[in-house]
Design a protein around this ligand. Structure first.
Ligand code: HEM
Length: 118
């Protein structure tokens, strides 16, 4: 529970590296069809998780069991959403992208509560 801020920040960096890798790949093969996957992994994964982590680190959001649940929903959502987008772009249906986007929205709502309770 006390490490939730660190977990958010480390995962943010990992998703950021993954997203940047996809960006680099797109640039090197000059094919931009996965542009949305790249931008969501970097913005929802890297930037958003970093903001959550910094909020927990600085006390702007309350660090308790709720924060741990928030971490897991955010972690899964930020990965499944761009993954589902990639599948959708390749014509494999939108189900995973829909589930991922729901989790991303749920995690934003969890953050509202965590910030409110601080
Ligand atoms: C190694 C670092 C990065 C590389 C090589 C890279 C590469 C790219 C490429 C090739 C595109 C597609 C451009 C196009 O469609 O014409 C793109 C778009 C984009 N990137 Fe990155 N990027 C990097 C880091 C980031 C980071 C850190 C963020 C955000 C925090 C970001 C956010 C975006 C956004 C929002 C778009 C626009 C997507 C769209 O218009 O559909 N990128 N990037």
């Amino acid at each position: 529970m006390e490490k939730v801020d660190r977990n958010f920040l480390v995962l943010s960096a990992v998703y950021g590296l993954l997203g940047m890798g996809i960006g680099l790949y797109m640039a090197s093969v000059e094919t931009f069809k996965f542009s949305a996957v790249h931008s969501h992994l970097t913005l929802v994964g890297f930037v958003t998780l970093a903001i959550y982590g910094l909020a927990y680190r600085t006390g702007l959001a309350k660090k308790d069991r709720w924060a741990v649940a928030h971490f897991w929903v955010s972690a899964v959502g930020a990965l499944i959403f761009p993954l589902g987008e990639g599948l959708a772009i390749n014509g494999n249906g939108i189900a995973l992208a829909v589930v991922g986007s729901m989790l991303v929205i749920l995690s934003a709502l969890q953050f509202v509560v965590a910030a409110w309770r601080a």
